[in-house]
Design a binder for this molecule. Structure first.
Ligand code: SAH
Length: 352
């Protein structure tokens, strides 16, 4: 039993079953035993490898896309360059190197990171030097906001609801004789279609984050690019745990496994509209990177002696690797040109 399993069981014994969102929040962020609060899980030695850790070309291409959006909006200065959930700081380091090529951009950029883990805030400072951490996009004042987040939304707590004969009931973490166990809470008034046995997910913090970013961008300018794995109008139980590169039961080792859920890009798009901005159609990561010139960049790096460049290109873009599972959407203000590699989604389109 992990230390957190005992703590969570004691809490359930005292006050009753907890939502999946509470369970995820404790497992990932508990300040003593939480997954992100205690370790650096990224890379070959950790539990998973994210796109920025695959190769520097990922962050460089992201940086150049953001740079083009900045130029297209008249190169505003100063502006906030923000990354939520920066992990090791690799994406920001690679983006900064790329945007140094763009005259005036680096001196206009006020870099700010959004990171809930004190441990990872330290890792990010070691990597990037003196860097500002903020609580949310609201903390950027009235400056234009240029932002990229990779695998941030998938780490935010989700709630799940299951359709029963009586209606929708929330899936909760409770106790059985052998430990933590999934169960169902009381019937809740959820306005979703479904038949008996169906499971749907919601990520209230993810939607709130996208709406706040869109509201800021609509009002003060800027652009946001969100990259994650998931689908459009996601459906079913996508809650998953990963430990030592292998999937396992999310209730098995609380605090010692990464917990994520697939991102529902339709819900993010709806949130961005509520915020008053334009949102793009979702694009597959592989298609987006290739539209930005990933093939040419990899070929140039390979010719210059980077022996890993072509394998990294495949990893990032091939349909059987990260290319199709991962999707990208962008948010920009009405009246501004689209962010490179994206087309606007028509309001209220229900398929993309
Ligand atoms: N973007 C990085 C790391 C992705 S992992 C990469 O691609 O490698 C998710 C990141 O989001 C971690 O840094 C984690 O600590 C952070 N995070 C998770 N929940 C958060 C929250 N509610 N607020 C801020 N950061 C959060």
């Amino acid at each position: 039993m992990t230390p957190l399993a005992g703590i969570i069981a004691a809490r359930i014994r005292a006050t009753g079953p907890i939502t999946l969102a509470d369970y995820m929040q404790i497992c990932l962020m508990d300040s003593r035993h939480g997954y992100y609060a205690t370790r650096d899980p990224f890379g070959v030695a950790g539990d998973f490898i994210t796109a920025p850790e695959v190769h520097q070309m990922f962050g460089e291409l992201c940086g150049l896309a953001l740079a083009q959006a900045w130029l297209d909006q008249g190169a505003p200065a100063p502006f906030a360059l923000v990354e939520p959930g920066p992990g090791r700081g690799t994406l920001m380091a690679d983006m900064l190197r790329a945007i140094r090529q763009v005259p005036g951009m680096i001196s206009a950029a006020e870099v700010a990171l959004i990171e809930a883990s004190a441990h990872l805030r330290g890792v990010q400072r070691d990597r990037l030097g003196a860097v500002t951490h903020i609580g949310g996009v609201e903390d950027t004042g009235s400056k234009p906001l240029f932002m990229i987040g990779n695998e941030f939304i998938d780490a935010l707590p989700i709630r799940q609801y299951q359709r029963t004969t009586d209606g929708w009931r929330e899936r909760m973490v409770g106790l059985s004789d052998d430990g933590l166990r999934m169960g169902l809470g009381p019937v809740v008034p959820l306005a979703r279609a479904g038949s008996e046995g169906d499971i749907v997910e919601e990520c209230p913090e993810g939607a709130a984050f996208a709406e706040a970013a869109a509201r800021h961008i609509a009002r003060h300018g800027g652009a946001a690019i969100l990259i994650d794995y998931g689908s459009w109008n996601g459906f079913g139980d996508t809650f998953q745990a990963l430990r030592d590169h292998a999937p396992e039961d999310p209730l098995a080792h609380p605090g010692q496994a990464d917990l994520t859920a697939h991102v529902d890009f339709a819900a993010l798009a709806a949130a961005a509209w509520r915020g008053g901005a334009i949102v793009s159609r979702p694009v597959r990561q592989g298609d987006w990177l290739c539209a930005l010139g990933a093939d040419a960049r990899a070929a140039r790096l390979a010719a210059a002696g980077d022996t890993g460049a072509m394998a990294a290109l495949r990893r990032l873009t091939h349909p059987s690797e990260m290319g199709h599972l991962f999707k990208v959407i962008a948010i920009w203000p009405k009246g501004a040109p689209p962010v490179p590699g994206f087309v606007a989604l028509e309001a209220h389109a229900d398929d993309a």
